[in-house]
Structures are given as C-alpha cells and as structure tokens.
Ligand binder design. Structure first.
Ligand code: SAM
Length: 271
C-alpha cells in the first residue's frame, strides 16, 4: 500500500495515529518486499505478527502461504483487518494487548516464528515475554528502534549492553540486517529504526534458568555503575554472593557490564 492508500484507510477509520501505541505504519513497498524476502516464509509455516496495523505485512505473509496469527490492540484496525482479510482461512486475528498475552496459550507447542513491525513503546515487554515463554519463537524478524536493536546486538563492556541484551542473548543470536530511515513510515517516527534477526540458539539453557539469569541481570543492571557483589548482596546476602563469585573466579568488584551472558546463567545457578 502506498502512503496515499494508507492515509485513505486511516481517515476512513477516523484514526489519528497514536504515539502511545507506536502507530507508525509502513508505507514503503520496497522495504516491505525486502522484509518478506528476508523472512522467507514457507507455505504452511506458522507466523506470529504483533501489531498488524493496516495489514501491509500480514498481506505479504498470507501471500507467501503462511498460517498467520496477527495480534492488534486497536479495535478500529482489528475491525479493518477482519474486513480486509475476512475470507482468509489462514489468518487468525487476535484483538489483544501483546504485553499481556500468554504466548504459550496463543501459539501452542508447535514451532513458529515472529515477523513484525513492533510497536516501539512495548517492544521490550513483548520481547521479554516471548523469551520467557516455554515455547518461544524459533526466530524473529522484527523492525524496532535502532537504539533498541543496538542494545540487542551489544557486546559486554559496551554502553548499550544491559539486562535485555543478556536475556535475549541467552536464547537468540542477534543480527542487525539493515537500518531503516524514518521516512518509510506514516507518520515518520522521531528516531531511526532497524531490521533485526534473532535466531534461536541450539545450546540455550532451559527456560527456568534463563528466567532466573534474567532476574539477576535486571537487578545487576539496575545499578550498572555499582560493583556486582554489592548489588547482588542486597537480595541474596553478602555471604552467598561472595561464595558464588569466588566459585566462578570473579572479582567481587566486577561491574555487571563486564560479564558475558553465560556468566549470568552460572551466577543464577549458584545463587
Ligand atoms: N504492521 C503494521 C505496519 O507495518 O504498518 C503496523 C505497525 S505499527 C509500528 C504497530 C502496531 O501495533 C499498530 O497497529 C498499533 O495499534 C499496534 N499496537 C500497539 N501497541 C500494541 C499492543 N500492546 N498490543 C498489540 N498491538 C499493539
């Protein structure tokens, strides 16, 4: 859909894009085709799309023959999607808040991937929930704020490295595929975006351990300037933390950003 066509849909719905809902609609056919090409969806494959909006990406995924579960919170867009794709047996439309969904209940136990132009305001929460699912997506191809993509691909000891980096890296390998300028969206967001691929690791730790490691990382990065030993002691007690750090051969003065993601798993196991 061109910019004019999307504008016409929005005014037909009397919808003024909401910043709170991250309503920046994709209006660049070339980028859209590139996303579908990068996703390389296989006929019959199960795909989760979060924030389907006017359905531009949904249409590309359906055309590739996928089974699409499309989540949208806005009732006007949900209704529009129902009318636009009403006769498609391969589309399951879900009107829900992606931050509150139980993804195991929604997607079941079969493998699926997530392809989405994520609402930026909720991308951290949604990613955390997906990572914590018992059956997380096997891979994700997502458009998000460039700054967020940089956090997800950050290396230890860099400024962008943080709790979210740790949590996602324990499950996925992240690759930034392309930077995306604001002009491809209607309305253009204030910041640059990026297309990111996350591919599930074959050696990922079990979900319960990753969840614990995520908790430890969040606590640690809540005070990223402080020494790790001190921050963790506030919850786990100085003695236990001291013993765990010693066992791992870690200096109690180490800062959280110096620890690779796997070390948080080791720490969480001991704590
Ligand atoms: N996929 C469409 C596209 O590429 O043009 C729309 C993407 S737009 C960046 C994000 C969409 O997510 C909007 O349609 C917005 O209404 C929806 N959205 C925002 N917050 C949501 C939430 N918590 N749960 C589900 N959908 C949400």
């Amino acid at each position: 859909m061109s910019k004019t066509e999307i504008q016409a849909v929005l005014s037909g719905l009397n919808l003024h894009p909401s910043r709170r809902l991250g309503q920046n609609f994709l209006c660049d056919g070339n980028l859209l085709r590139a996303i579908v090409r990068d996703a390389a969806p296989a006929p019959g494959e199960s795909i989760l799309e979060i924030g389907a909006g006017t359905g531009v990406l949904t249409a590309g995924l359906l055309a590739a023959g996928c089974q699409v579960t499309a989540v949208e919170i806005d009732h006007r867009l949900h209704e529009h999607l129902g009318i636009r794709f009403g006769d498609s047996p391969r589309l399951r439309l879900v009107r829900a808040d992606a931050c509150r969904l139980d993804y195991d209940e929604l997607m079941g136990s079969a493998p699926y991937r997530c392809v989405a132009n994520l609402p930026y305001s909720v991308s951290t929460v949604v990613l955390t929930r997906l990572c914590e699912a018992a059956n997380p997506p096997t891979a994700l191809l997502i458009l998000l704020q460039r700054e967020m993509a940089e956090r997800l691909t950050a290396r230890p000891s860099s400024k962008a490295y943080g709790g979210l980096t740790v949590q996602t890296s324990l499950l996925y390998e992240a690759h930034l595929l392309r930077r995306v300028p604001p002009e491809v969206f209607l309305p253009p967001p204030a910041v640059e975006s990026a297309l990111l691929r996350l591919t599930r690791r074959s050696d990922a730790a079990p979900a319960a351990e990753r969840r614990l490691a995520g908790d430890v990382a969040r606590l640690a990065f809540g005070q990223r300037r402080k020494r790790l030993g001190r921050t963790l002691a506030s919850r786990y007690g100085a003695e236990r933390v001291g013993a765990a750090l010693q066992r791992l051969g870690l200096d109690p003065n180490v800062r959280p950003e110096e620890l690779a993601p796997e070390r948080f798993i080791e720490l969480a196991r001991l704590l």
